[in-house]
Write a protein that binds this ligand. Structure first.
Ligand code: UGA
Length: 436
């Protein structure tokens, strides 16, 4: 079985590496030559636990990495995993998907194989039928379901757990017509992930499942964040105890109830906007989804106003931000709440010192010399008027009174409640914990 993966981001590179370790003949394709060179040499251009090790095992087997699309000619399966970033109006940008399927179409024109093309990229309902299939038929001169198959196969992996999730998905969604191609796809996935539920459905439903999944996760986060804001106003109330207790109810479930500064990253915010935009375009009411988004957009203001209240005039004062990655164990800062906070504080003319164990290089690409990048947690705190914990990196748990000594003023705002059990000499505020 020969398999090609097009687009070597988190999803594509994880899938490429895992499939290669399972002894399939895999070719990972990306148009970025420099990136291909790095990956070919066993270097992963992003920080993702276990990815580099998995890639290296794949490279020792028969994995090929290339920018040459003609390598897909003899493939039995082709996975499209290119990005669908957000446009300013909330819609998704489809140009990368279109370019990828155009190239696939041109290449399969010459093949004698009957490949299955899987669309893993997140696309709004209707895209596979209205955009992808017409391009493939036009460019290849061939017919869908006769000469090749197309299946919508959304991905649910989480960054920082990409390898685990690729190996052990919670479900497999296969959207398309019930043809011999679908039968082959089902066999492939049940062999690869035995015991995992496989849902076979139509294209549009499969595409919608991805948005339903991410918007439900966003809903849980906005729900707990709004509740955490209420708890913050009740003396001694603790949002984590509330979350653990309701999480025991199997109808609710314990995951994604960790209150904080709001959800960020390259997926939840983008998918919420795309779904709201799409819902509006088809004439559906999206009041609820808009409220989830607004709650998320507003959450960061909780931190800014607390700081203004406690520090008075904040202009010119130095503040330390701990964590710029959108979550721990990644160097990804796309749509990170921390980046949004820094932008707001810079507008207020504050001096910002940041520390993040992995994401400083990416942070520099945004702020250049406008902020201070500290090499260590301790040095970032020097002469600061306050510190804000934004990302739940494990090492921030080590903060104690000794670490805070070098601060000019000990205001501690803990958006992830990492230091709640410590007796800190300073003014300590945690999101979701009510003070007396
Ligand atoms: C998300 C989904 O969880 C994946 O299932 C999906 O495949 C992926 O998007 C995608 O569409 O590609 P990811 O963006 O990696 O995955 O990040 P999450 O782990 O979902 O976290 C998103 C944001 O929510 C982060 O900022 C995180 O800090 C925040 N979050 C998460 C909370 O504030 N509280 C929680 O309880 C959970």
């Amino acid at each position: 079985m020969k398999i090609a993966i097009i687009g070597l981001g988190f999803v594509g590179l994880s899938l490429t590496s895992v499939l290669a370790t399972k002894n399939y003949a895999v070719v990972g394709i990306d148009k970025d030559k420099k990136k291909c060179n790095e990956i070919r040499n066993g270097r992963v251009p992003i920080y993702e636990p276990d990815l580099e090790e998995t890639l290296k095992i794949g490279l020792r087997k028969s994995l090929k990495i290339s920018d040459d699309f003609s390598l897909i000619t003899n493939c039995d399966m082709i996975f499209v995993t290119v990005g669908t970033p957000q446009k300013t109006n909330g819609e998704i940008e489809l140009s990368m998907v279109k370019n990828a399927v155009r190239s696939i179409g041109k290449t399969i024109r010459k093949t004698k194989k009957n490949p299955i093309i899987f669309i893993k990229s997140t696309v709004i309902p209707g895209t596979t039928e209205k955009v992808v299939i017409p391009i493939l038929e036009k460019e290849s001169g061939k017919k869908i379901n006769k000469d090749f198959g197309v299946i919508s196969n959304p991905e649910f992996l989480q960054e920082s757990n990409a390898i685990r999730d690729t190996k052990y998905p919670h479900a497999i969604i296969l959207g398309g017509k019930n043809t011999s191609y679908m039968k082959k796809a089902r066999e492939f996935f049940s062999k690869m992930h035995s015991g995992v539920s496989i849902i076979v459905t139509g294209y549009q439903t499969a595409e919608m499942i991805k948005y339903a999944n991410n918007s439900f996760l966003a809903t849980k986060i906005s729900f707990i964040n709004q509740l955490s804001n209420i708890c913050q106003k009740i003396p001694n109330a603790d949002i984590d105890d509330v979350a653990s207790a309701i999480g025991l109810d199997p109808r609710i479930g314990k995951l994604f109830l960790n209150a904080g500064p709001g959800y960020g990253g390259s997926c939840l915010p983008k998918d919420m906007s795309a779904l709201i935009n799409f819902g509006g375009n088809v004439g559906a009411d999206t009041t609820f989804l808009k409220a989830v988004k607004k709650t998320n957009d507003d959450q960061i203001n909780n931190i800014v106003s607390l700081m203004k209240k406690k520090l008075g005039n904040i202009s010119g004062k130095k503040i330390t931000i701990l964590g710029t990655a959108f979550k721990p164990n990644t160097d990804d800062i796309r749509d990170s709440k921390s980046i949004e906070l820094i932008k707001k504080l810079l507008k207020n003319k504050m001096k910002i010192s940041v520390y993040d164990p992995k994401a400083l290089e990416n942070t520099k690409k945004i702020f250049g010399d406008k902020i201070i990048y500290s090499k260590s947690l301790l040095s970032s705190l020097e002469k600061s008027y306050g510190v804000i914990i934004m990302t739940q990196w494990k090492q921030f748990e080590s903060i104690n009174n000794k670490s805070l000594k070098c601060m000019k003023n000990r205001l501690i705002i803990d958006s992830r409640r990492m230091l709640t059990r410590k007796e800190l000499n300073g003014e300590y505020y945690a999101i979701g914990i009510g003070r007396e």
